[in-house]
Design a protein around this ligand. Structure first.
Ligand code: 3PG
Ligand code: MG
Length: 401
C-alpha cells in the first residue's frame, strides 16, 4: 500500500501533530549531537512555510511514564528554535491543560513543542486500551498527523502507532529518505554484504543477529554485543556488560556455522576496572578477560581484523559503537570501523542515533558514508524485514487529509 507524504496533504491553516524522533544524546542539559533535530527540519520548515500550525512531539530517553525534569525536551525546543531562527515555545505537559491552551492559541505558521511523550504511561503501554486512551488525548490536540520519527517506527507506541489510526496522516521527508536508502540493503544487494554490530542496548538488538544470519555474508560483532558470544564460547568476561543471553548466542553461533555465515568476534579487548575513565586501561585477549576487569573497547588486533575484513565488502551496514567512545581511551575501535567505512568503495550505511553521534564526535562527516540513518533499532528491524508499526500505521487510509 502506498504511503501518503506531506506533499499530498492540504496543510494550510490546519493544526498538525508532528511525531519526530528528537531523542538526542544529552550531557546534563547540553545536547552533544543534534543530528536528529537537524534531520527533522525539512519536514518542519515545509509545514510551517505552507502555513500549518505545528505541534512537535517526541520522546526523550526512557523516563518510565512519569514527569522527570532530567528528561525534559526543553533543551531540544531551544535548539529547534536556533535552527528555525525563532523561539519554539514549549508546553509544560504533553496532553494536559498547558498543551491544550497553547495548541488552541496557535495561528497558521506557528510552532509548539509538547513535553516528553514518555512522561505519560499510556505512550508505551502494552495495553491497547490504555495506549488508545492516551492516543485519543494526543489526537484531540490536532486535525492532521505527520509521522517523521524514523528512529521510533519499530515501537508500537501511542504517538507512533495509535494516533495515525485516529487522524488523517502522512509521512514526512525523513521517513521517505530513510526508507529509500534502506531499500538498497534489502533489494539487489551487492555482495559481500557485511554487518557490524555493537552498542550497549544489547538485549534490544540481540534477536537481530539471528535474523541477519542468512541475509548478510559476514557479521562483525563488537561493543557490548560481543560479551554474550564470548560467554557462550565458555570464556569468562569479568565485569563486562552481559546484557544478552549466552544460550541464545550459542544458538546463533551454531546457526551461523550451519549457514556458512561468519560471525567475526573481536580477538582482543581494551579492559579496565571501571567505566569512569580513571582506572588504567590494558589490552588483553578476549578469551582471557581477568576477573575484576570489564571490556570497554575492542582491542587493536580486533580493529585491524575488522578493518581488513571490511575492506573487501561491497555493502556495509553498521549499528552500534565498538566501545565507550565518549572517553578517548576507548574510542579507537569505533574510530577504526568508521575509518574502514569511510575508506570503502562499498555502499555504506551508519545506522542509529548513537552510532551517528559517535562518528560525528570522532570528526567524520556525514558525507563520508553512503547514508547516515537516525534509526538504530528501527533500521535493524527494517533490514530484518519485520513489519514496522510506525510505517504500517502511515499507509494510505484513503482519506482526503
Ligand atoms: C533511539 O534512540 O533508538 C530511538 O529514539 C528509540 O528510543 P528507544 O529505544 O528508547 O525506544
Ligand atoms: Mg538507538
Amino acid at each position: 500500500m502506498a504511503m501518503k507524504t506531506i506533499d499530498d496533504l492540504n496543510v494550510r491553516g490546519r493544526r498538525i501533530l508532528l511525531r519526530a524522533d528528537l531523542n538526542v544524546p544529552l550531557d546534563g542539559s547540553r545536547i552533544t549531537d543534534d543530528g536528529k533535530i537537524r534531520a527533522c527540519m525539512p519536514t518542519l520548515t515545509s509545514l510551517l512555510e505552507r502555513d500549518a500550525a505545528v505541534l512537535v512531539c517526541s520522546h526523550l530517553g526512557r523516563p518510565g511514564g512519569a514527569p522527570d525534569p532530567a528528561y525534559s525536551l526543553a533543551p531540544v525546543a531551544a535548539r529547534l528554535g536556533e535552527l528555525l531562527g525563532r523561539p519554539v515555545p514549549m508546553a509544560a505537559d504533553t496532553v494536559g491543560p498547558s498543551a491544550h491552551t497553547a495548541a488552541a492559541a496557535l495561528a497558521p505558521g506557528d510552532v509548539l513543542m509538547l513535553e516528553n511523550l514518555r512522561f505519560n504511561p499510556g505512550e508505551t503501554s502494552k495495553d491497547d486500551v490504555i495506549r488508545g486512551g492516551f492516543a485519543d488525548q494526543l489526537a484531540s490536540l490536532a486535525e492532521l498527523y505527520v509521522g517523521d520519527g524514523f528512529g521510533t517506527v519499530h515501537r508500537r507506541h501511542a504517538s507512533v502507532y495509535d494516533v495515525p489510526a485516529r487522524l488523517p496522516h502522512a509521512a514526512g521527508y525523513l521517513i521517505q529518505a530513510e526508507t529509500a536508502a534502506l531499500q538498497r540493503l534489502t533489494r539487489h544487494v551487492a555482495r559481500p554484504y557485511m554487518v557490524v554490530l555493537g552498542g550497549a542496548k544489547v538485549a534490544d538488538k540481540f534477536p537481530v543477529v539471528g535474523s541477519l544470519i542468512g541475509v548478510a555474508d559476514q557479521i562483525l560483532i563488537g561493543g557490548g554485543m560481543a560479551f554474550p558470544f564470548l560467554a557462550a564460547q565458555g570464556h569468562d568476561v569479568g565485569l563486562s556488560l552481559l546484557d544478552g543471553d549466552p544460550d541464545t548466542a550459542r544458538a546463533f553461533l551454531d546457526q551461523a556455522a550451519r549457514s556458512g555465515v561468519e560471525l567475526v568476534l573481536p580477538p582482543d579487548m581494551t579492559v579496565a576496572a571501571g567505566r569512569g575513565g580513571t582506572a588504567p586501561a590494558e589490552v588483553v585477549s578476549s578469551t582471557a578477560i581477568p576477573a575484576g576487569r570489564m571490556g570497554l573497547d575492542i582491542g587493536p588486533e580486533s580493529a585491524k581484523l575488522f578493518s581488513a575484513t571490511l575492506a573487501v565488502a561491497r555493502t556495509i551496514f553498521w549499528n552500534g559503537p565498538m566501545g565507550v567512545f565518549e572517553l578517548p581511551q576507548y574510542a579507537d575501535g569505533t574510530r577504526a570501523v568508521a575509518q574502514a567505512l569511510a575508506d570503502s568503495d562499498a555502499f555504506t550505511v551508519v545506522g542509529g542515533g548513537d552510532t551517528a553521534a559517535a562518528v560525528r564526535t570522532l570528526g567524520f562527516r556525514d558525507d563520508a558514508f553512503g547514508h547516515v540513518s537516525t534509526g538504530g533499532g528501527a533500521s535493524l528491524e527494517y533490514l530484518e524485514g519485520k513489519p514496522l508499526p510506525g510505517l504500517a500505521a502511515l499507509e494510505d487510509d484513503g482519506g482526503t487529509g
